[in-house]
Write a new protein. Structure first.
Length: 154
């Protein structure tokens, strides 16, 4: 360990905090299934019938889809394959709040879109994240740590 305080990393180092794979609600067919499965009375039996298809869609997303990697400096949207190229990055000091918006096809999967806001301007959007409230809290904690270390050093 090169850290003076356990768990605290200087600004010159970037450490991976977590990796999250978007839900199958990111696919148009996934959103359609989510809307269908949410129907009262008949939705759950239909979901059981389509479970193998949904499982194969999920496994396919792990291989050829996108993933979100949170580091000690930024949030990176990149290709799912290891060493994938970054599609978009959001610096942890470029936003001051995160709002979660859920579309109808996302409710079944408990997924949502995270909007990273600076005042009333959108700094970035990450779509179709499973358990968006938990991910939102994790991003806010990573941001608090990054900004706190940055202020302590300056």
């Amino acid at each position: 360990m090169n850290q003076a305080i356990a768990g605290v990393v200087g600004l010159e180092n970037e450490v991976e905090v977590t990796i999250v794979y978007p839900s199958i609600s990111a696919l148009p067919l996934g959103k359609f299934f989510g809307t269908l499965f949410k129907l009262p009375v008949i939705g759950f039996p239909i979901a059981l019938g389509f479970a193998p298809i949904c499982a194969s869609m999920y496994l396919g997303r792990l291989v050829v889809g996108k993933r979100v990697r949170v580091t000690s400096r930024q949030i990176v949207l990149e290709n799912a394959l290891r060493g994938g190229t970054a599609q978009n990055t959001i610096s942890l000091d470029s936003f001051d709040s995160i709002t979660v918006k859920q579309q109808s096809g996302q409710r079944w999967y408990n997924s949502g879109d995270l909007h990273f806001m600076t005042g009333d301007q959108t700094a970035g959007v990450i779509s179709d994240i499973s358990h968006p409230e938990a991910f939102r809290m994790m991003c806010l904690k990573a941001q608090e740590s990054f900004v706190g270390v940055k202020e302590a050093i300056s």
